[in-house]
Design a protein around this ligand. Structure first.
Ligand SMILES: [Zn+2]
Length: 421
């Protein structure tokens, strides 16, 4: 059987970029190019994996890359030479950029076996200790520069097992002579691309008329198109590249990703609101809720838009469904929110003559109109919680697309599921 002569290899890479230069996605593409001459070389799948948003050591978006390749078994010695020399050249390239090099901690890993999926789950949901991760990687081929921090991302990207929640991102890279210049792609072209290719998503923020596919940093990425299948992102890309107003890319690649998977959170919780909202500096709001017998602080940032607006309308006794991520300080940063049931909002006493409010005649005594002297049983007027001016999806609210995490599942892709504790 021919397959006996082929070997499958998992490769992971992370932390080769700095805020101002490079992008691990293009470095990884260079790496794959440097081994593409191997006999029977084949890329099985490229993967772009987002990890725990609160990780201390991380680049913007906290993404890492991996790839499954195959090549003929007799070219394995050549593979190992090529990958080492690629890493040495990477060091030279980063060194030539001077001081900024010290901000990176590149890590390259390869393995002839699949890594334990648990490495992915801990890195997408919580803080990973580097010493712990190094222990788990004993016996795995790894190279690092500056520090070992990049090993967490690289190994977690290799350990990720795609599932039915996977999405795809086609990343295109710019010609070197264009890097640093303004990208040629308008928001109206992106809007048209989106309507022509409904299986792509999170391409723009309709609330701000702002395209989201092109980064705003001087990195080599021209744009990234997200979608439900490899075909959907490829046809959207071809459509864009055929438009004379759009900058031509030098190269592109399709990645399977955990973006929009909600893997960083564990379904939604139901809680009773304990306090009125407190508005903090900068327009953020917090409330206390009860969760598993404990009082927890829920935070809705100003940027959370409708999540913030709905949180501010809550009062003690309301029952809410929420999805959020526990931050290192113990507070929970909300990502989605829904009212399950609300207590009536007291708006005042009933009115009588001239629309004047009826007054209480004493503790537990009836109400009286000061004009016609009518007496009635005491009661309050109340109304339901107002949901006006909120963009609701089956009762849920979420931040606008530009304010959502890469990992967060948009409500348009389906209703959140209940947490399994
Ligand atoms: Zn009256």
């Amino acid at each position: 059987m021919a397959t006996l002569d082929r070997t499958r290899i998992w490769i992971g890479l992370d932390d080769t970029d700095t805020p101002d230069s490079g992008c691990t996605t293009s470095t990884f593409d260079d790496l794959l190019k440097s081994i593409s001459h191997l006999n029977d070389f084949q890329i099985i799948e490229r993967r772009l994996v987002r990890l725990w948003p609160f990780a201390e050591r991380r680049t913007r978006g906290n993404g890492a890359l991996s790839c499954i390749i195959e090549c003929s078994t007799d070219s394995l010695p050549e593979f190992e030479i090529a990958i080492s020399s690629f890493f040495n050249e990477l060091e030279d390239t980063l060194n030539s950029e001077g001081e900024i090099y010290s901000l990176t901690s590149p890590a390259l890993i390869y393995s002839f076996e699949e890594l334990d999926e648990e490495m992915y789950w801990e890195a997408v949901r919580e803080k990973v200790e580097i010493s712990d991760r190094i222990n788990k990687l004993s016996g795995v081929n790894k190279m690092t520069l500056n520090s070992d921090w990049g090993l967490i991302g690289a190994s977690s990207a290799m350990a990720w097992k795609p599932n039915s929640n996977s999405t795809w991102e086609l990343i295109s890279w710019r010609y070197p002579q264009n890097i640093g210049k303004k990208r040629k792609i308008t928001s109206s072209v992106i809007r048209e691309m989106e309507s022509e290719h409904p299986e792509t998503y999170v391409n723009r923020d309709p609330t701000k008329e702002k395209g989201l596919i092109a980064p705003r940093t001087p990195c080599p990425v021209l744009y990234g198109i997200r979608g439900a299948s490899p075909d959907s992102v490829l046809s959207a890309h071809e459509w864009l590249q055929s438009n004379s107003e759009v900058e031509k890319c030098q190269r592109f690649a399709i990645h399977r990703t955990n973006q929009l998977s909600d893997d960083h959170v564990n379904g939604f919780f139901t809680s009773t609101v304990l306090t009125r909202p407190i508005e903090t500096k900068g327009g953020h709001s917090t409330i206390q809720v009860m969760l598993s017998g404990e009082s927890k602080t829920l935070v809705a940032f100003k940027e959370g838009g409708d999540v913030n607006r709905l949180l501010r309308r809550l009062i003690p006794g309301d029952r809410i469904n929420w999805i959020g991520l526990e931050s290192p300080d113990g507070s929970i940063h909300l990502e989605r929110l829904r009212i399950e049931s609300s207590v009536p909002r007291v708006i005042g006493r009933p009115t009588c003559c001239n629309n004047k409010t009826m007054r209480s005649t004493g503790l537990n005594q009836p109400l009286k109109c000061d004009f016609c002297l009518k007496i009635i049983d005491r009661y309050w007027l109340s109304e339901d919680i107002s949901l006006s001016k909120l963009e609701l999806t089956n009762g849920w609210v979420e931040p606008s697309p530009s304010q959502r995490r890469h990992l967060s599942r948009p409500l348009s892709l389906g209703e959140p599921t209940l947490s399994i504790l």
